[in-house]
Design a protein around this ligand. Structure first.
Ligand SMILES: *Cc1c(COP(=O)(O)O)cnc(C)c1O
Length: 374
């Protein structure tokens, strides 16, 4: 048996047929047919007005900030626990990231942690639907509204997740998704920006196409801007995956249910939460161990690897990364963000690839239990 991977897609003949169709036919006047179908179907699925394809989620966050007018002298609040793709674009636009603590139950930003970090310079916040969990959106939106702060929702890990019946990605001024190979819906590499705001939509279309106004003279750019597009082959792959989204999500929920059952008898181990009134699509199954086991996530991952199981660490606090060592707020965040620093050392992602079987989940859980019993 080869190593059990931590993540991976579910590709069927449908995806292969759509990509082949795009490679053969999506050129000349048909160059955008798959983008148009993918964007329209995505907006409908999410219940928003506009969806725009991107080469990555990182670039979609970047243009969200540019379109919202975030720039030098502004501060943008992000949860301390997330992938650096959430925060790196803040630096691209010359603004400063501020790292807020997470809620111990959802592992996402809470309204209180968010409000505590607000200053007169705060322009935007980028809450993250971490590992498919959703934050208390009512609380976050109330705080943002009260202080006139724009929201970019990073739903990269949460396609199909819901809060009070509304889909993740639809809670901000913009919402962004990733279709990286590890994500629930994949295009290999890719992303999507969604919004209900026509002005933001128009600005994003302009900014991602080298600052060309629609219907203007050819090669006649109004601003220096960006080139952020995906290919037809990627859009075709995304469309095929989106047409199977209920199946993909059902699979993720099944995988989580298998783990929940197998690990039910291990006390002092916390898995992803699905709070009342929310739906979690469990991008990655996460296990947080009680510190009393006396084992760090790095050591645990090593021991699992010896048993041919690929696991990944729960994200390190951004404020602890060398990348942010020179940032004043990163120093302060070490003291301020107690939950982030308590949870992160003892958390790991368990194999959640679409190809995992019930038998393999049992093997992974038996391995984990045997390590923890020692
Ligand atoms: C994967 C991910 C991203 C980045 O996506 P890319 O498509 O690789 O740019 C951003 N935020 C979070 C929370 C992610 O997990």
């Amino acid at each position: 048996m080869g190593k059990i991977p931590v993540a991976g897609p579910w590709i069927t003949q449908k995806e292969i047929d759509y990509v082949a169709d795009a490679a053969a036919n999506a050129w000349y006047s048909n160059a955008n047919i798959f983008h148009e179908r993918f964007e329209k179907a995505f907006a409908e699925y999410l219940g928003v007005k506009y969806a725009v394809t991107f080469p990555s989620c990182t670039s979609a966050i970047h243009l969200s900030l540019v379109a919202l007018g975030v720039g030098p002298d502004d501060e943008v609040i992000v949860p301390d626990i997330t992938w650096i793709a959430t925060s790196a674009p803040i630096t691209y636009v010359g603004a400063t990231p501020v790292f807020a603590d997470i809620d111990p139950k959802t592992w996402c930003l809470s309204g209180e942690d968010f409000e505590e970090c607000i200053t007169s310079r705060t322009r935007a916040v980028i809450p993250v639907d971490l590992y498919g969990n959703v934050p208390d959106w009512d609380a976050i939106r109330n705080v943002a509204q009260k202080h006139n702060i724009s929201i970019v929702e990073d739903a990269a890990e949460a396609i199909g997740s819901e809060y009070k019946g509304k889909k993740a990605g639809s809670f901000g001024n913009t919402g962004v998704f990733s279709f990286h190979g590890s994500k629930t819906l994949t295009t290999g590499e890719g992303g999507m920006l969604v919004t209900d705001n026509q002005e933001i939509h128009n600005r994003v279309l302009f900014l991602r196409d080298h600052g060309r106004k629609p219907n203007d003279k050819m090669f006649y750019n109004a601003e220096v801007a960006y080139k952020y597009k995906m290919s037809s082959m990627q859009a075709a792959l995304g469309l095929a995956q989106l047409e199977r989204i209920e199946e993909l999500i059902a699979r993720k929920r099944q995988i989580f249910a298998w783990y929940e059952e197998e690990l039910a008898d291990v006390g002092d181990l916390t898995l992803n939460r699905e709070a009342a009134d929310t739906k979690n699509t469990y991008w990655m199954v996460c296990a947080i161990l009680d510190p009393k086991f006396g084992i760090s996530k790095e050591r645990l991952i090593e021991l699992m690897s010896e048993k041919n199981i690929d696991c990944r660490p729960f994200f390190y606090p951004l404020s602890s990364l060398p990348a942010y060592a020179n940032l004043d707020d990163a120093q302060k965040a070490h003291q301020r963000n107690q939950v982030s620093y308590q949870v992160s050392p003892y958390g790991m992602n368990l194999p959640s690839g679409m190809d995992i079987t019930e038998e393999k989940v049992k093997y992974v859980c038996d391995a984990l239990k045997s390590i923890l019993m020692k």
